[in-house]
Design a protein around this ligand. Structure first.
Ligand SMILES: C[S@@+](CC[C@H](N)C(=O)[O-])C[C@H]1O[C@@H](n2cnc3c(N)ncnc32)[C@H](O)[C@@H]1O
Length: 223
């Protein structure tokens, strides 16, 4: 983790800005229309498949359970969940080009996936309160943590919103490449407790062992 000098926050960069994502997805839409390439699968296809397999193995999750993907990007996680039989899927992203791309990628096969342009940090989530059995995030909390302006306040708003939209019996599944398991547990501890770690590849260096990506499942602390 690279941090700023005076805090536990990450150094801000363009990956934390909406203009970066709008430009990225605008280019990816043009490419998709031309070649059919869906664009970048963040942290690689394996990271996505590990989470999908975890969801499929989990007997407490059934086909009609509401699942939301926060910062759904090109919609590939939702597409794979739909292909596995999940039928109550929602994708939100603050980038309109991302939502346009996700709709282009998934609509032919699965026109019933619901999409909304929504900024999870800023916008109200009133209509989603206590709605979701599964809240999924791959790379979005990371992007928010990289916002060059007051990322801590934005992270805290994100954590509050996730707490609002997750059902009391729900599970929050997050994949990060910027934060470790213990950092995620520390960040989310006011609202969530660790339920499970989804194993990810480890590397060894100088006697230490680390993960390139971390996938963690949280449940809500009962109120
Ligand atoms: C690293 S990409 C990951 C995209 C997708 N989850 C995936 O795994 O391919 C981060 C995504 O988060 C979205 N994002 C960043 N900040 C957001 C916010 N405040 N609200 C909603 N989406 C956001 C970006 O537009 C981008 O699609």
């Amino acid at each position: 983790m690279s941090t700023t000098g005076n805090s536990e926050e990450l150094d801000g960069c363009e990956l934390g800005t909406m203009s970066y994502w709008n430009d990225t997805y605008t280019a990816e839409i043009a490419n998709f229309n031309e070649t059919g390439d869906v664009g970048e699968i963040w942290f690689g296809e394996d990271s996505m498949i590990r989470v999908i397999q975890w969801v499929c193995r989990n007997e407490s999750i059934v086909a009609n359970d509401p699942i939301i993907d926060i910062g759904c990007g090109n919609g590939m996680t939702l597409l794979e969940l739909a292909r596995e039989g999940f039928r109550n899927l929602t994708g939100i992203d603050y980038s309109k080009p991302a939502i346009d791309l996700a709709m282009s990628v998934t609509n032919d096969e699965f026109p019933d996936i619901t999409y909304e342009v929504l900024d999870i940090v800023v916008d109200k989530v009133t209509k989603y309160v206590e709605m979701f059995k599964i809240v999924h995030d791959k790379g979005t909390y990371d992007a928010i943590s990289l916002n060059p302006e007051d990322s801590k306040a934005k992270r805290l708003s994100y954590i509050d919103k996730i707490g609002q939209i997750l059902r009391s019996d729900g599970l929050f599944v997050i994949t990060s490449c910027n934060w470790t398991e213990s950092e995620l547990c520390e960040h989310f501890k006011t609202t969530f407790v660790l339920k499970e770690l989804i194993p990810t590849p480890q590397f060894k260096f100088g006697g230490g062992v680390g993960n390139v990506v971390t996938s963690v499942v949280f449940q809500k602390i009962p109120t």
